[in-house]
Design a protein around this ligand. Structure first.
Ligand code: PLP
Length: 415
């Protein structure tokens, strides 16, 4: 993993690149270029992270060779319910991964570690409890939600009847609006979770509203799962019926998804993942997820995630000290949204200018967005990857000053 100066203390990537080059110089060269980009750039993308060499090695292991459609079920039925032979070791592995994740979140919920991605976890979560045309109350993309939370270009917006709650004038989720829309539309599902929301989500209040209107309650904790695991954000376990996540963001695991549910929904959730949405599980990635779970239970991980939040607060405070607008006026988690609505240039322009000096971040819509999704009036900045590399508050303050200098240049250019 890279340290603060971009040094890799382990040769895993370098050795593998040389190995790949022997078969495919082109692929090896491209991986090498990407490796150097990741090592030399300041990575501020809120949904990214650097996972450990152990996770990478599990994902690159012989488990990639194995087909294992179905589920282990060894402990519940005494028999595997896979559709292939030779699954005796992946059966143990998958059950081990499930147990480890239940320990991470201190829960007795059922867990399915097979979803290939966060989007597929959401697809399966909806399928488990809804029929096409059912109503979902959710947060829009503009206000911080994810594409799979009802965007018209996504399966969610096409298959289901989406209605949306808003954020208030400060940018906080408006719980009065959630209650009012829930009572008005009587959704079958109330959904929360976000890709670009910097405040604590009040899961208790959501659960109470869902109960009042007889709706299912689902949480997509993809961004904040690491904070929940590390005790830096309240947990949705015990409150939500279904909880989905990715494993590659703040959890610092392999690229993939997972889905948790109340035990009574287990059968429906499992059959929504396989055979409905997917075929063979990626047992190599499931091994990576199991290693990630073990890492997330270590005291070092808890320290790491605490530092992610402290760093983000320092970054946010510095932007505010310099006179910038940060959506909601700050942050409680691992990301901020810098509001560029009053600037003469867009989020895209700032993203591209940052790219030129090796700072990687992404343009993002802000609440009440006036520019197009391709331009946007904001950028999203996250502290999880650079905290993995050892950045502390002072390092992030230096990053703020570098971005501030770029913004000042752009103001002159766009005068
Ligand atoms: N849910 C949320 C809240 C996300 O932010 C994302 C991705 O950024 C996803 C789901 C989808 O994850 P994936 O890219 O693995 O499909």
């Amino acid at each position: 993993m890279f340290d603060i100066n971009g040094n890799d203390n382990n040769t895993y990537n370098i050795d593998n690149i040389e190995f790949i080059k022997r078969t495919s110089p082109k692929v090896g060269e491209l991986i090498e270029k990407e490796y150097l980009r990741q090592k030399n750039n300041v990575e501020l993308i809120a949904s990214e992270n650097y996972c450990s060499e152990a996770v990478l090695a599990a994902c690159g292991s012989c488990l990639s060779w194995k087909y294992a459609e179905g589920y282990p079920d060894v402990r519940t039925s005494g028999n595997t319910s896979r559709y292939y032979g030779g699954t005796e070791f992946v059966d143990i592995l998958e059950e081990y991964a499930c147990d480890a994740w239940r320990k991470v979140f201190d829960t007795d919920y059922h867990v399915n570690v097979q979803p290939h991605s966060g989007s597929q976890a959401n697809f399966a979560g909806y399928k488990a409890i809804l029929n096409p045309g059912d109503t979902i109350l959710s947060l829009t993309l503009d206000n911080g939600g994810h594409l799979t939370h009802g965007s018209s270009v996504n399966f969610s917006g096409k298959l289901y009847n989406m209605v949306f709650y808003d954020v208030d004038e400060r940018g906080y989720i408006d719980m009065n609006d959630v209650r009012q829309k829930a009572q008005e539309y009587k959704p079958k599902l109330i959904m929360t979770g976000a890709s670009a929301y910097s405040r604590i989500i009040d899961f208790e209040a959501f659960a109470e509203i869902a109960k009042e209107v007889g709706a299912y309650f689902m949480v997509d904790m993809a961004h904040i799962a690491g904070l929940i695991a590390g005790g830096q954000h309240p947990s949705p376990f015990g409150l939500a019926d279904i909880i989905t996540t990715t494993t590659h963001k703040t959890l610092r695991g392999p690229r993939g998804g997972m889905i948790f549910c109340r035990p009574e929904l287990a059968k429906k959730v499992d059959s929504a993942v396989f055979p409905y949405a997917q075929g063979g599980p990626l047992e190599h990635v499931i091994a990576g997820k199991a290693v990630c779970a073990e890492e997330a239970m270590q005291p070092e991980y808890k320290e790491y995630i605490k530092q992610v939040v402290k760093n983000c607060k320092a970054l946010s405070d510095e932007f505010i000290n310099l006179g910038y607008k940060v959506v909601t006026g700050g942050t409680d988690n691992h990301l901020i949204l810098l509001d560029l609505s009053d600037e003469p240039f867009s989020g895209r322009v700032l993203q591209e200018r940052c790219d030129k000096i090796g700072i990687t971040l992404n343009k993002n819509c802000v609440p009440c967005e006036k520019r197009t999704p391709k331009e946007t009036s904001g950028v999203r900045i996250g502290t999880a990857p650079m905290t993995t590399r050892g950045y502390k508050e002072d390092d992030f303050i230096k990053v703020v000053h570098r971005i501030d200098a770029l913004i000042k240049e752009l103001r002159e250019e766009f005068k």
